[in-house]
Design a protein around this ligand. Structure first.
Ligand SMILES: Cc1cc2nc3c(=O)[nH]c(=O)nc-3n(C[C@H](O)[C@H](O)[C@H](O)COP(=O)(O)O)c2cc1C
Length: 228
């Protein structure tokens, strides 16, 4: 609904922001599209974007319903050894998303870098990472984050925050700082294998640039420009 005289409506709903002139041309993307994506993450780091590696992960539940949430990109294969490359993230395998992905590996991943007027959208499928890689990711987490991964049955309801805090206190007693903490089986990594990558660069007058890269079984990528 468009309201020209918004009373009490946030001002941004009727604001019209121009997205500037920095374009994305075909010749700007040389080599593997994930190498260009890696450069865009570095640009987001330079621009001081909060959590430049945050992505919105879209999944399909076993009953066919879509759902989405943010996760952090923790590993990136930019296809240096050929192939489609990969994005890695960590989570709870028994969470809502974990169960969805284990039942149906098709997924999307979207990086929203509004400050840079950029977005990258991946479609593809996931597979759990090797247990040893999940161990590496787990062991690199700060002590508290490792305990939280054990304490939380992610996505399950809980009667109060107090119950979770009591669980954390028990774990802090059981595993003082410096003690080895075994990775719980419920927690680990997923590797997202891209099938398509869309690089989106906002431009003036909503006349944006969109380059869609599609990976093929013979190991090649094709590129198309999409209308904005
Ligand atoms: C910036 C940000 C980063 C997050 N990173 C992760 C992450 O790496 N892994 C994760 O499981 N959840 C992460 N979350 C929490 C998820 O968005 C989500 O609440 C949680 O994973 C449960 O999702 P689910 O119930 O759909 O499985 C993050 C949330 C935000 C806002």
């Amino acid at each position: 609904m468009v309201d020209d005289s918004p009373s009490g409506m946030p001002e941004s709903l009727t604001r019209h922001t121009d997205y500037g002139h920095d374009g994305l041309l075909e010749d700007d993307v040389v080599g593997h599209p994930l190498a260009h994506f890696a450069q865009w993450i570095r640009d987001a780091e330079q621009a001081d974007i909060f959590e430049p590696n945050a992505m919105v992960l879209g999944t399909i539940d076993p009953d066919g319903r879509p759902s989405s949430r943010t996760v952090l990109l923790k590993g990136l294969d930019v296809g240096e050894n050929g192939g489609p490359g990969a994005l890695e993230f960590v989570t709870n395998y028994r969470s809502h998303k974990g169960r969805a992905l284990l039942a149906n590996p098709l997924a999307t991943a979207l990086f929203p870098w509004y400050l840079l007027k950029r977005q990258v959208i991946f479609t593809g499928h996931v597979q759990p990472t090797e247990p040893t890689l999940s161990d590496d990711y787990f062991n690199r987490r700060p002590h508290g984050a490792r305990l939280a991964a054990i304490a939380s049955d992610q996505s399950e309801p809980v009667a109060s925050r107090g119950i979770l805090e009591a669980r954390m206190a028990e774990l802090e007693h059981e595993f003082p700082e410096g003690e080895p903490i075994p990775r719980p089986e419920k927690w680990g990594g997923f590797r997202f294998i891209p099938e398509t990558v869309e690089l989106w660069q906002g431009r003036s007058m909503r006349f944006h640039d969109r380059l869609l890269f599609t990976y093929h079984a013979d190991g090649t990528w094709t590129r198309e420009r999409l209308q904005p």
